[in-house]
Design a protein around this ligand. Structure first.
Ligand SMILES: Nc1nc2c(ncn2[C@@H]2O[C@H](COP(=O)(O)OP(=O)(O)OP(=O)(O)O)[C@@H](O)[C@H]2O)c(=O)[nH]1
Ligand SMILES: [Mg+2]
Length: 536
């Protein structure tokens, strides 16, 4: 068909550009049980793609070694654990990666789950000595429910661990997914030699560099042409078994979530990193049309749509501002464009838009589906908000968990009440804790609610260091929370063992001192709404 009008021709080419750019995006999370090596692996993916010149260490010895890029928060560096998810955008060959390193600790799992709503694939990291651990299993189930294809990286092969066949068994029996090893380790523990790429039989050996800070040389050869060692003989035998059972990567099965390609290596010692990086480029799917809340796929090449999946204040200690992270689902983002927030119906200008790399960022003028854009100081944006250029697309809500831990937060210094209040409300918007108001305590003495105790430690630390507040947290006598409505509130007010509280977004919660009070309330009030709030 001949396109005659220039305007229509431009429209067509804009649409083509969006589709082409989307095809060049890979947006993925790194997930696992705590300590499996997600942050170390993230650092090495940055090193091998050329985004950083020298890799840092999770527990850097100050002065001698740099810290890792993705654990930028003071508390993360002190403790050597990830507390908050980190966005890293960087080019790899002709692709643009949006990588999200997530915290493994269960107390921060809400953050990880939010990230899983915003990615198209995930790398699941296993510690070779531990196989599938509790949190890995949970995250796997969430990823699977969201239809996210998973690439598995078996890490820490430089340490004593389970045999690789045992690990495959563990994946298949616990995750109930077919494991298709793409690489296979030769040796392990102190005699780890390298990995064989099963696709072409090449044997990759890796040079160790001090602390794994720099890229060492990688050599390829063929196992059968090398002198035999016990490790090589064993690997040959295992490779024979794998060929016999045809455990080969199948792209269709992988995209449907029925199989996971497995890679082996050591993030610390740079074993197998380049193979994994290329696999993410080759295997992880680019963005496709996302479904709205009504289940309708939103075409990639339409107007701009996206949703906010994360909010973070004080990323940059000098600026002390607040970033809302937008996952673009369709269309072309032009900085300065006006977007409508579906929840409020209000429009706002995207004048301050950044691409983010750990705690660093720079202005971004255009972005495409798959990209994560940091919108600075758009204070009305909340987690879960859907943004539109035109039309009115709403994406599925991002669920919050029923909290299980509660504190009464008091302000100890009246002169610093403003800081206290601002800090609490900011941490609530980020989802670090939920801030609840009761009739007695009101805004001055909020109840803080969390999924895990560590969240209070983070909240306390950040209130003091980032907001200069002087808070005190007292234990609160509740152990359970359920969502209710106005009718439920009317029936529960004044009842023993129950406290009614409201969240900043208007959600009404019933807080119970123990399960018996909840059971009694349900028995006495048939039909009352008491929802666990939890969803996937
Ligand atoms: N021996 C060995 N240690 C490793 C390897 N990869 C990571 N580690 C170590 O394992 C520890 C945990 O690594 P991290 O990268 O912080 O693990 P994580 O999965 O990001 O942990 P969380 O984010 O807190 O859940 C650190 O001490 C790393 O140095 C590896 O390949 N071999
Ligand atoms: Mg980490």
């Amino acid at each position: 068909m001949l396109i005659k009008t220039p305007c229509l021709r431009r429209l067509m080419s804009d649409r083509d550009t969006i589709i082409t750019e989307a095809r060049h995006r890979r947006t993925f999370a790194i997930i696992s049980h705590p300590d499996a090596g997600k942050t170390t692996l993230t650092e090495k993916l940055l090193l091998y793609s050329g985004a950083i010149e020298e890799a840092g260490a999770v527990r850097a010895r100050s002065g001698r070694q740099r810290d890792v890029t993705s654990d930028w928060m003071e508390m993360e560096r002190q403790r050597g654990i990830s507390i908050t998810s980190t966005v890293l955008q960087f080019p790899h060959d002709d692709l643009l990666f949006n990588l999200l390193d997530t915290p493994g600790h269960r107390d921060f799992s809400e953050d990880t789950y939010r990230v899983l709503s915003a990615v198209d694939a995930a790398v699941i990291v296993l510690d070779a000595a531990r196989g599938i651990e509790a949190q890995t299993l949970k995250l796997f189930k969430v990823a699977q429910a969201r239809g996210i294809p998973l690439i598995t990286f078996v890490n820490k092969l430089d340490r004593p661990g389970l045999g690789p066949l045992e690990i495959l068994d563990d994946i298949e029996s616990q995750l109930e997914i077919k494991a298709t090893p793409v690489t296979w380790p030769v040796g392990g523990d102190t005699d780890l030699e390298g990995v064989v790429d099963r696709r072409d039989g090449s044997f990759w050996t890796f040079e160790r560099t001090p602390g794994g800070r720099e890229i060492g040389e990688a050599r390829t050869g063929r196992l059968e042409e090398m002198d035999s060692t016990p490790a090589r003989a064993q690997a040959s035998q295992e490779l024979g078994i794998l060929d016999a059972v045809a455990a080969n990567h199948d792209i269709e099965q992988f995209l449907k979530g029925e199989s996971t390609p497995v890679f082996f290596g050591s993030a610390l010692w740079n074993f197998g990193i380049d193979l994994l990086l290329d696999a993410i480029a080759d295997m992880a799917p680019p963005p496709t049309a996302r479904a709205s809340v009504d289940g309708e796929p939103i075409p990639l090449d339409g107007g701009l749509t996206g949703f906010i999946f994360k909010i973070q204040a004080n990323l940059d200690a000098r600026h002390r501002d607040r970033i809302a992270f937008l996952r673009i689902c369709s269309g072309k983002f032009d900085r300065g464009m006006t977007l409508t927030n579906f929840r409020t119906g209000r429009t706002f200008s995207t004048k301050y838009a950044h691409q983010v790399f750990g705690r660093d960022r720079e202005t971004v003028d255009v972005a495409y589906p798959g990209d994560v854009v940091g919108l600075v100081n758009a204070t009305e944006l909340r987690i879960g908000d859907s943004l539109n250029e035109d039309g009115a697309v709403e994406f599925p809500p991002i669920p919050t968990f029923a909290p299980e831990h509660f504190r009464v937060a008091r302000n100890l210094d009246t002169a610093r009440y403003k800081q206290f209040r601002k800090g609490i409300s900011q941490l609530d918007e980020e989802g670090v804790i939920q801030s609840l108001h009761t009739r007695d305590g009101g805004e001055r003495v909020p109840i803080l609610a969390a999924v895990g105790e560590l969240q209070f430690e983070v909240a306390m630390h950040r209130l003091k260091t980032e907001f200069s507040a002087e808070p005190l947290f007292d234990r609160a006598p509740y152990t359970l929370a359920r969502r209710t409505d106005e009718a439920g509130r009317a029936r529960l007010v004044g009842r023993r063992g129950v406290e009614i509280a409201t969240r900043a977004d208007g959600t009404i919660l019933a807080l119970f001192t123990n399960q018996a009070w909840l059971d009694g309330t349900l028995r006495d009030n048939p039909g009352i709404l008491l929802d666990t709030l939890v969803g996937l």
